[in-house]
Design a protein around this ligand. Structure first.
Ligand SMILES: C[S@@+](CC[C@H](N)C(=O)[O-])C[C@H]1O[C@@H](n2cnc3c(N)ncnc32)[C@H](O)[C@@H]1O
Length: 343
């Protein structure tokens, strides 16, 4: 075999492997800078790294090293005057309308680092092993044992919903519906956006008690949507406690397939013939952000024994639950609405 020159184009596969094996360095650095608050401490003007470190009470030399690594991913930049923001690092600021700070924290939580090595076991056994490792199912364990992580999760879901709720509210045809239930709706950000866009609609937020402990301000008794909404604790794997014209499951049914069928069957029991059941999800075979979608898919495998669905996969599950599939429509660049009806 010919010798490979150190900096020749032939090196690309070697570089790819070296970088990929160390990709965790960037995830860890990203988490660390969010935790110490670098993005919020940096405004529009460049700040020398020593000054930034002093403000944040962190080690200047190590901050410089972490930022040097993150710069390789277009996250923060270095000028002669000091560190500056890039478009991506600005998304880590608390005041950014497209903030992803809590989502970054969620995706890099300490328990996530604990789970990644389990991928080998999942590969050998065909399933995730969260329940055996932690002694409970994912959401029960999250809510009981990791209250701070639950907070981070709820905030991260609001951040994701802020990116998508307008497109969902625009896409859904709700003219003929009077009642709408968002099942597993989290704190209710998306439900509130839908109710604001469709002023004739009454909405119910259904989620586990820990998720609705602090609902969206608009849905609270003194909120702007209080007269047209209710917040109800419920476990959709047990029973959905409301009859509605439309049920929405957004980014919820990404756990074990049997649980997905159970939740959808419970919607058919709660609703009436003609009620619509909408599964809103990031389809893995139609995703413009395939590295993100496939990464989340593997994390779901390890935490809920779940997955990102394919179009054929999710429609087959809906049919197994006794629903009639009407169609699949894009809602913004990332999500699809799988529309089904209770026969
Ligand atoms: C990925 S989050 C999505 C939240 C929200 N639909 C959104 O898109 O922002 C999944 C949600 O499902 C809820 N959930 C999990 N298990 C549930 C259950 N058995 N019954 C009802 N909700 C559940 C979680 O509490 C969480 O709010």
């Amino acid at each position: 075999m010919p010798a490979v020159q150190p900096d020749s184009g032939d090196n690309l596969p070697i570089t790819t492997l070296r970088e990929l094996a160390l990709a965790a360095a960037a995830s860890a650095g990203l988490r660390a800078v969010v935790r110490v608050g670098v993005a919020d401490a940096l405004g529009d003007a460049p700040v020398p790294v020593a000054e930034l470190a002093k403000t944040l009470d962190v080690d200047a030399a190590i901050l410089a090293r972490v930022l040097r690594n993150l710069r390789c991913y277009d996250l923060f930049d270095q000028t002669d005057e000091g560190i500056v923001h890039t478009p991506a690092s600005r998304l880590l600021r608390e005041d950014h309308p497209q903030r992803l700070k809590n989502w970054v924290l969620w995706a890099t939580e300490p328990w996530v680092w604990q789970l990644w090595p389990d991928l080998e076991q999942a590969l050998r056994t065909g399933r995730g092993h969260f329940d055996e490792r932690f002694g409970d199912n994912f959401f029960a364990h999250l809510h009981k044992e990791w209250p701070e992580s639950t907070e981070t999760f709820n905030r991260s879901q609001i951040e994701l919903s802020r990116l998508t709720s307008a497109a969902i509210a625009d896409t859904l045809n709700l003219a003929d519906a009077k009642t709408f239930a968002d099942v597993g709706g989290g704190t209710g950000y998306t439900l509130a956006a839908i109710l604001e866009r469709h002023p004739h609609l009454h909405g119910t937020l259904v989620d586990l008690p820990a998720a609705i402990a602090s609902p969206d301000p608009r849905l609270r008794p003194d909120g702007t949507l209080a007269a047209r909404s209710q917040v109800v604790a419920g476990d959709c794997l047990h029973e959905i406690p409301v009859d509605a014209d439309v049920y929405q499951f957004k980014s919820v049914l990404e756990w074990d397939d049997e649980l997905t069928v159970t939740a959808l069957r419970n919607a058919t029991r709660a609703g009436h013939p003609g009620s619509r059941v909408l599964v809103i999800t990031n389809l893995i075979d139609d995703s413009p952000e395939i590295r993100y979608a496939t990464g989340v898919d593997l994390l779901l495998l390890l935490n809920t024994n779940g997955k990102r669905h394919t179009r054929a996969g999710v429609t087959a599950l809906a049919e197994r639950a006794g629903l009639r599939v009407v169609g699949v429509t894009p809602a913004g660049p990332l999500l699809h609405v799988v529309e089904t009806v209770i026969p």
